[in-house]
Ligand binder design. Structure first.
Ligand code: C2O
Ligand code: CU
Ligand code: CU
Length: 461
């Protein structure tokens, strides 16, 4: 009965050639051959079953970021889907010593991922998560939205339909022939001076893409719009604002974070967003005269990376939405509930004989479990960082409890699954570890840091 109740999707991961920059052809790896992949929309509490078929030349792993997912469908980094192509050897993936993971469940050609989605409405996304290879795979295009809706949110008079815009923001670098330029993962293949350095910090591009298009222009009516902003970049952080700002100076009314609606809306002049974070923002284009061009700018960028996209306020429109004073119900969590406090450091340094990134000085190993929270317990996790690291936990959703020894900042509101640590800063988060028993990853979501070892496991027991 449960199966009949599930929504089923089939996605083929394949190579394709698309036009991203005018007149140039760019080979990508895409879900259904597109970048971003198709947007999946689900109802909270209704199971989505997504069958992925791998027609790419490399093994893949699919993770639903922000999903409360049983471990066998979470896209564990060694649960490979080998290429469907029978010529691909079954054992080439195990050449890498660290790939030896007795718990790995490896399939050939395809795999069914089952998402019960017992969680609130939220902006989730799916992307590749293969061990040591997430950065290059996502960079080539393996990412897409998975939106979850529920009755609580649908009952609110928020902008909807064509006034709701999911915006996947990424940066990419292109070679002269239009192909994507990603520093080689193998330093012995690196011929471009400085590229290994670039790789170490995380790979950046000089072209900003929104939903796969460079600096696009969206025509909007002079009404409120809901922007579901996702930073899907490998390593770039943005600080978003509108230029010109609306008369009250507040570019955005934030209604949601990584994990759905806030309790109450919050106004922001600007919004900093690290890789994998989401902000659900309402912009009132009715505050601008028809004909205005409003640029979504990146205050952390220079030159080509200082702009993200533009909105052309093209026409009047009948306003049919507003932002209510109360949004969602969030279970508050406080210190007194915590069974355990754990601490993890996120730092660069020597990992073996090479510079890399590590958690508590140890590079990722699939077989080492660094924390065993009891299912249902509330825990405080304290993170300390040397540089910027956006830290993501699978399975659980947390609140930011403190930042730099003080109250959480203005952008830390709501329930989240990714939190950006700033250089030298300590951040505490609090979460209830419920849902499913099993092994899950937590890691830096700078994809190159992740691939270079800044990842670890916890196991709910
Ligand atoms: Cu968005 Cu473990 O990843
Ligand atoms: Cu995730
Ligand atoms: Cu990092």
């Amino acid at each position: 009965a449960r199966d009949a109740d599930a929504d089923r999707y089939e996605i083929v991961q394949r190579q394709a050639t698309v036009e991203i920059l005018p007149g140039l052809r760019t080979p990508i790896w895409g879900y259904q051959g597109t970048f971003p992949g198709p947007t999946i929309e689900s109802r909270s509490g209704r199971t989505a079953v997504v069958r992925h078929r791998n027609e790419l030349p490399v093994p893949t792993v699919v993770h639903l970021h922000g999903g409360r997912t049983p471990p066998e469908s979470d896209g564990y980094a060694t649960d490979l889907v080998l290429p469907a192509d029978a010529a691909y050897p079954t054992h080439s993936h195990s050449g890498h010593a660290s790939m030896h993971d007795p718990a790995a469940v490896i399939t050939r050609g395809e795999r069914e991922y089952v998402y019960p989605l017992r969680q609130r409405a939220s902006t989730l996304w799916y992307h590749d998560h293969r061990m040591d290879f997430t950065g290059p795979a996502v960079y080539r295009g393996l990412a897409g939205f998975h939106l979850v809706r529920d009755d609580e949110e649908d009952a609110l008079p928020l902008p909807h339909g064509e006034r709701e815009l999911p915006l996947l923001i990424t940066d990419r670098a292109f070679a002269a022939d239009g192909s994507l330029r990603y520093p080689s993962i193998d330093p012995s293949l690196t011929t471009v001076p400085g590229v290994e350095e670039a790789y170490l910090e995380g790979v950046l591009g000089d072209v900003i893409l929104v939903n796969g298009a460079p600096w696009p222009v969206a025509e909007v009516s002079a009404t409120r719009h809901r922007l579901r902003v996702l930073n899907g970049s490998n390593a770039r952080r943005y600080d978003l604002a509108l230029d010109p700002p609306p008369p009250d100076g507040r570019s955005f009314t934030q209604i949601g974070s990584d994990q759905g609606l806030l309790d109450v809306p919050r106004g922001h002049e600007h919004v900093p967003i690290a890789p994998a974070e989401r902000y659900d923002l309402v912009v009132d284009f009715g505050a601008y005269p028809v004909g205005t061009e409003v640029t979504l700018v990146n205050r952390l960028g220079t030159g080509s990376t200082a702009r993200v996209m533009r909105f052309r306020v093209a026409r009047r429109g009948a306003e049919d939405s507003h932002v209510p004073d109360r949004l969602g119900e969030l279970e508050p969590l406080d210190r007194a509930q915590a069974a355990v406090t754990r601490e993890f450091s996120f730092r660069g340094g020597l990992v073996g004989d090479r510079h890399g990134w590590a958690i508590d000085g140890r590079p990722y190993s699939p077989t080492r479990i660094d924390a065993r929270p009891r299912l249902g317990d509330v825990e405080i996790w304290r993170f300390v960082a040397d540089l910027h690291h956006p830290i993501h936990l699978h399975l659980v959703h947390f609140h930011v409890l403190s930042r730099g020894g003080r109250e959480p900042g203005p952008h830390d509101a709501g329930r989240k699954d990714t939190v950006d640590l700033r250089p030298g800063e300590a951040v505490e988060v609090i979460a209830r570890f419920d849902g499913y028993r099993g092994r899950y990853m937590f890691h830096c979501h700078n994809s190159e840091h992740e691939d270079m070892g800044m990842m670890a496991n916890f196991e709910t027991v």
